[in-house]
Design a protein around this ligand. Structure first.
Ligand SMILES: NC(=O)c1ccc[n+]([C@@H]2O[C@H](COP(=O)([O-])OP(=O)(O)OC[C@H]3O[C@@H](n4cnc5c(N)ncnc54)[C@H](OP(=O)(O)O)[C@@H]3O)[C@@H](O)[C@H]2O)c1
Length: 289
């Protein structure tokens, strides 16, 4: 691998908390140079200091609000300028929003962050990942996707906004995106997989109702447990060359019907491309081809 100081380079979004921080720590412990992408300077600096104190790894921090496409583009430009090779892209930053609000760029924020953030950053970095092959893309999705519906009239909750529904839709889109991406990257030395990390006690439920928080306190496991499948997908030799899968606890699961519907995959790709206004992505080959 051609990498910084001989280390593989991993980019981890949402790396200051929860699953992202645990994954960043584990990847640094495995000898990767980890670029932590965080939204807040204060929280990012604190997490960077903590991980530097606790691992012998090599880490650095870039600040970006991934719900804003201008920030995703600035982040990608910085990464492309600084890193001749990128070996792992871990799209992890995500949130559930109780109220429907638009970003400053006019996109509903769940869709903007959880789906379009993954879509745009990945497409802006994809040729660098290909040039760095073997490389891997890991998208943190969720079992919440089971409740998701891709309704092109309501992708942004324009007609009806239900917080968990919006989250579930975005997490289904993560799986569908992974499937399309894996098909496009087939044979190019870059794999794309996604996963459900488990029920993890993290900040994601901080603003949820008391019963939801209580459920996570009782049944939730640690961010480190949540990061296990993430890091395994990003690094395990047994996954070399394997893409397009959805995993839970290191086991591949059946893709949801929407992620097996070639026409729907194409439609979502086209719409995501339209909504990111001519990103670096190219027209996909026919998914599955
Ligand atoms: N926890 C679970 O049970 C569970 C289950 C299934 C899937 N997941 C998925 O796991 C991923 C990580 O979630 P988590 O549970 O670790 O939650 P978390 O503790 O809330 O961490 C989320 C991370 O994303 C960052 N983030 C939020 N909005 C951002 C923005 N606009 N720009 C950049 N970064 C932003 C957060 O930064 P701030 O600290 O600045 O907010 C934080 O670092 C998410 O994709 C989530 O959907 C979690």
């Amino acid at each position: 691998m051609n990498a910084r100081d001989g280390r593989p380079v991993s980019v981890v979004t949402g790396a200051n908390a929860g699953i992202g921080k645990a994954a960043a720590s584990a990847l640094a412990g495995l000898g990767h140079h980890v670029v932590m992408v965080c939204r807040s300077r204060e929280r990012g600096d604190a997490a960077l200091a903590e991980l530097r104190a606790n691992t012998a790894g090599s880490l650095e921090l870039i600040i970006a609000d991934l719900s804003l496409q201008s920030e995703v583009r600035r982040l990608a430009a910085a990464l492309l300028a600084d890193y001749p090779a990128i070996h792992v892209l871990l799209n992890n930053a995500g949130a559930i929003y109780n109220q429907r609000r638009l970003t400053a760029e006019g996109i509903e924020r769940t869709w903007a962050l959880n789906h379009l953030g993954y879509f745009l950053l990945t497409n802006l970095l994809r040729e660098r990942l290909v040039a760095s092959a073997p490389a891997r893309i890991v998208n943190v999705a969720s079992n919440a996707s089971k409740a998701g519906r891709i309704d092109f009239d309501n992708l942004q909750g324009e007609r009806l906004y239900v917080p968990f529904g919006a989250y579930a839709r975005s997490k289904l889109a993560n799986i569908m995106f992974t499937r399309s991406l894996a098909a496009q990257l087939d044979g190019r030395g870059v794999t794309a997989n996604c996963l459900h990390p488990g029920t993890i006690l993290s900040h994601i439920t901080d603003r949820q109702a008391a019963p939801v928080r209580a459920y996570f306190r009782v049944f939730g496991t640690t961010p480190e447990a949540g990061a296990d499948t993430v890091v395994w997908l990003a690094t395990s030799p047994e996954l070399a060359g394997c893409g397009g899968g959805f995993y839970i606890r290191r086991r591949q699961r059946r893709l949801p019907p929407a992620a097996r519907d070639e026409a729907l995959l194409q439609q979502l790709w086209d719409e995501s491309e339209r909504m990111t206004a001519g990103s670096a992505s190219r027209k996909p080959a026919t998914p599955g081809s």
